[in-house]
Design a protein around this ligand. Sequence first.
Ligand code: ZN
Length: 336
Amino acid sequence: MSKFREIFRGKARYVTVRAESDKTEPKREVPDGLWTKCPQCRELLYNKDLERNLYVCDKCGFHFRIGGRIRLAQLVDDLEAFEEYDATLVTTNPLNFPQYEEKLARDRAKTGNLDAIITGCGPIGGIPAVLIVMDFMFMGGSMGSVVGERVARAFERAAERRLPVVAVSASGGARMQEGILSLMQMQKTVAAVERFSRKGLLYISVLTDSTTAGVFGSFASLGDINLAEPGATIGFAGQRVIEETIRKAIPPKLQKAETVFANGFIDRIVPRPELKGEIVKLLTWHGYGRERDSKPKGTSAGAAAPPKTAPLEDDVPPQARANGHAQGFAERGQQR
Ligand SMILES: [Zn+2]
């Protein structure tokens, strides 16, 4: 119990699960300056080369963490053609959590985003797709009400427009500062994926370093095809939490993408320089980008009616969520 008391005492603390590697390795955010030392092989890398190499070490293949905007630029053909969804959605600090607003302001300045996510529609290899890109640099990519709502709305729009979804996750889990509202995003996003999936449309999920806890435990692990970047930390509970619970050391690479792949939870590990090509190939194989690119996979041109399925018990129509205040978010300019 003392642990729970500590959580609410004094300074605000994150309870998002931290990857073990965070404690032992140097910071891996893309830095300023001319040179960067690779945390894996210790080589000095010229930043211009690193950028050209999509922030992958050309000596050892180490994948640096990248921000959401950089990721978006790597995947979309033309950022000018990217139509961002719900870019004005902001959290209302529903629990009045101490210092939450300061942390949000700091990370908004740092990343240029209002929250830990970018959603929208843009062409990938000439194929229109809905993109969901998470930003680990924004409060550890944690999922609060804004992240969950934008994920849910992205899937709803993709279903309406009969477009595929490509989600790139990087998250430490639910956002403690929004308490139970954060946990509710797991249910909401999973329901949105399910409704989307029942339309017979394709969802490709890309798990990057690190994707853990509530995001891994909800929409990120539900792709029709789940890809991962090499060396990414992927899992539900963090190494420390597992070890404290079972009182045993777990193998050091248990939560690396390679181990997760070997155990069948990931379909393929794709190095970043090949990621866009792989996504385009998968979209093409599923019939997108051809003359029928607005039609779902496996549906003939004449079949207009979707297959009859039982309604989801937790089905919440978008209009029922229109009053965002009760859900912890608001359009910018309407904050309380
Ligand atoms: Zn290296």
